[in-house]
Design a protein around this ligand. Structure first.
Ligand code: SF4
Length: 276
């Protein structure tokens, strides 16, 4: 039996709760079948369904059926090769990361959300045997590959302000803005608490919004989250928007900017739901 995304979707809870980090069960099914995401990342999958489909998915992966992660691997491996020629010592200050050399092993320490990632010219050195989300790897290699050094600006802009961003705007709205607005609608205090737990700093002026927090996912990649809570009397739904530093495009491509904002949304939602 072959199991594509639709077949797997039928076995999922179909609640679109977002706990797996995706906006819908179908998006999750697509990632599991095509891109190697762990089925157990859905915490609501019944044990019987898990038993039924896990071995099928595993077999398919071994046979290479439906597997599209090669594209991702190609991107990751390509970037990993590219950074080998980078002079880590010279790019470290511009990227805001620390550089060290020990017995010939050159390493960068990259603060990434709530952890610090080590990277040598051979690639990311996972700490504590912790497995890396492959998309995080692509993002981090991209950050090093870009080797940005332009000083950050005092201006904050939406993704729409960057050239050629139209194709990514819908993804950002779907994967970040809409999810934050829905999950935290009527729960401004919960959002404030989640922002603080994630290390965000409250921004007190210069922005509209009921709540504004600044985060530092990467040293030269600050993000600002603006949130307007619902107003039932006036008939307004909750809204949110992520702003980037106007120089952000010097440090990541549009794909990377979108990913890092979605990652922020995932982390805030996980905190609200009692995760890490
Ligand atoms: S965790 Fe993901 S796959 Fe599972 S029910 Fe929620 S949205 Fe669907």
């Amino acid at each position: 039996m072959r199991m594509g995304p639709l077949e797997l979707y039928k076995k999922l809870p179909k609640t679109n709760c977002g706990d797996c980090g995706h906006p819908s069960c179908l998006a999750f099914a697509t990632q599991v079948v095509g891109y190697g995401q762990d089925l157990r990342d859905c915490p609501h999958l019944a044990e019987a369904a898990l038993q039924e489909v896990e071995s099928i998915i595993e077999e398919q992966r071994k046979e290479g059926v439906y597997v599209k992660q090669d594209n991702h691997k190609i991107t990751r491996d390509h970037l990993r090769e590219k950074i080998k020629s980078h002079d880590f010592k010279s790019i470290a200050p511009g990227l805001g990361v620390s550089y060290s050399e020990d017995n010939g092993l050159v390493t960068l320490k990259i603060p990434y959300f709530d952890r610090v990632v080590s990277m040598s010219h051979s690639g990311i050195l996972a700490e504590n045997s912790e497995e890396f989300d492959p998309w995080d790897e692509v993002l981090l290699y991209n950050y090093i590959f870009f080797a940005g050094s332009k000083p950050l600006s005092g201006d904050w802009v939406g993704l729409e302000n960057f050239p050629n961003s139209l194709p990514k705007r819908a993804a950002l709205d779907e994967g970040c803005h809409r999810r934050i607005s829905e999950v935290f609608s009527g729960a401004r205090t919960a959002l404030e608490s989640a922002c603080q737990k994630l290390g965000g700093t409250r921004v007190v002026d210069g922005h509209s919004g009921d709540l504004a927090f600044q985060f530092q996912p990467l040293p030269r990649m600050p993000l600002r989250l603006l949130f307007w809570d619902e107003d039932r009397e006036e008939g307004f739904e909750a809204q949110s928007k992520v702003l980037f530093n106007a120089a952000a495009i010097e440090y990541l491509d549009l794909e990377g900017l979108t990913f890092v904002a979605e990652k922020l949304a995932n982390k805030l939602i996980q905190i609200k739901k009692g995760g890490t």
